[in-house]
Design a protein around this ligand. Structure first.
Ligand SMILES: Nc1ncnc2c1ncn2[C@@H]1O[C@H](COP(=O)(O)OP(=O)(O)O)[C@@H](O)[C@H]1O
Ligand SMILES: [Mg+2]
Length: 269
């Protein structure tokens, strides 16, 4: 969402930084305590706060926030605005209180893990030799059960649209769904990357997470470390990796404990 849209939604006034109205913001943090602001590690986020003293600018710079929206009609003093100008932190002010401001932006879609779909014709794709590869990339967030499965679902829709055979689509989407769920359940965050070429579809699922200490064990049918709360949701049958392996013509898994896991699958067309 553009900063200009945020300004409009919050009926905010720009204190300085008109030239930043075009920047893309993807998240927000609402807080009146510095440690809460600093603990927030979202990227491309704005800060909504009622604090308007000097330290708020420093904190914003440390926390890498893209802009500050002062709530409850707060306006900082001229020297604070000057500091923000030096630090290139655009400042806005809205009459809405913190709670309403956050609610308005949340309702408008800001900060829900938006599935990012980037469709591109990409000659330099990571593992694909084909110059005609179409690539789909989806960001997956760990533990985000509201969006879990959406990446696989969207990719499936694209495969249908471009006329891929339905038996192939099934293999790709089941594998993608299992891979996506593994990131949601077991990792912190990751990506699903599809490269669609005239000869095969390559699916890479890579994540930052705990990694897999014993891959051989993890590959066994029924082996799962999923906790009870995940099992209560119906996951954790220990069939994900075996299914991915079964449905793909080539299956590679690479994992480093404490770092993350990368699964590469190729399904021939
Ligand atoms: N991306 C991942 N990161 C960390 N551990 C994983 C990942 N994927 C799978 N695992 C480990 O491998 C086990 C087996 O995975 P899987 O066959 O998909 O079964 P399930 O997800 O139902 O537990 C998991 O329980 C987990 O311990
Ligand atoms: Mg699984």
């Amino acid at each position: 969402m553009k900063l200009s849209k945020i300004k409009e939604l919050l009926q905010a006034e720009m204190l300085w930084g008109d030239e930043f109205l075009d920047i893309e913001v993807s998240n927000a943090c609402g807080a009146d305590l510095m440690s809460d602001i600093l603990a927030d590690n979202k990227v491309d986020a704005i800060l909504l706060t009622g604090l308007s003293h000097r330290q708020i600018i420093q904190t914003t710079v440390m926390g890498d926030f893209a802009a500050i929206v002062f709530v409850r009609g707060k306006t900082p003093s001229e020297d604070v605005i000057e500091l923000a100008r030096e630090e290139k932190v655009p400042l806005l002010t809205t009459k809405f209180p913190l709670y309403e401001s956050c609610g308005i932006l949340y309702q408008a879609g800001l900060g829900h893990t938006q599935i990012q779909e980037k469709v591109s014709k990409d000659a330099s794709s990571e593992d694909s030799e084909s110059p005609q590869a179409m690539r789909l990339t989806y960001d997956i967030i760990g533990n985000d059960f509201n969006n879990a499965g959406k990446a696989a679902e969207q990719a499936k829709r694209v495969l249908k649209q471009i006329g891929i055979d339905s038996s192939i689509i099934r293999k790709v989407s089941v594998s993608a769904y299992e891979a996506e769920m593994n990131i949601v359940i077991h990792a912190h965050k990751g990506q699903l990357i599809f490269s669609i070429t005239p000869k095969y579809i390559e699916l890479i699922a890579k994540d930052q997470g705990p990694g897999i200490p014993d891959i051989q064990k993890a590959m066994q049918e029924g082996y799962s470390t999923a906790p009870d709360r995940i099992r209560e949701l119906g996951f954790g049958a220990g069939m994900g990796l075996p299914n991915m392996n079964r449905f793909s013509d080539l299956f590679e898994i690479d994992s480093e404990v404490g770092k993350g896991t990368k699964v590469r699958m190729v399904i021939n067309l």
